[in-house]
Design a protein around this ligand. Sequence first.
Ligand code: CUA
Length: 228
Amino acid sequence: MATWSNFNLQNSASPLMEQIIFFHDHTLIILIMITILVGYLMINLFFNKYINRFLLEGQMIELIWTIIPTITLIFIALPSLRLLYLLDELNNPLITLKSIGHQWYWSYEYSDFNNVEFDSYMINYDKTSNNNNFRLLDVDNRIILPMNNQIRIMVTATDVIHSWTIPSLGVKIDANPGRLNQTNLFINRPGIFFGQCSEICGANHSFMPIMIESISIKNFINWINNYS
Ligand code: CUA
């Protein structure tokens, strides 16, 4: 989860988020190289006295400074495209979670299991008492999901556009009224993972967190069997 002065991306808890971080670092390196090169050239321009009254064109240098950025862009575009298709791939999901956005809470349905469904509201953080809630991130009913399993996520909304976003799992998908969007996730460790709505959806936009509890498949089956 995000903590104070956390400037980077959150640690990944899924293979896809790992790939997203790799791509981010790769692109950032290219960006730094360009910034250094251009910065060096600009500083040099300020501190020299080269003047050429008859300079109108330079075919060769124009060719070079067209080709080199083109190749640089290809080095970003191809991994980007690869990532885009990887994120879209559904690999035989074990279960499906349907997530519905409302003003201002999420509700969830496990349609594979005799319609297990519940609402998930943010719970109040009271710093005077000694409860161990996560401020603005804790909910009354968590999403329970089995780790090391491919999970399909269906996302929709009932009123306005919301966005179901979990940074550590690399999931960010809009919840539109009248549409059903699909994505997938794979959690590779147990734990709790947090997300927030990330589509400006009204006055309490900040107060509809998402909380996933990732457990072993054995405990998940136990939970779903005893769900009342
Ligand atoms: Cu729902 Cu912002």
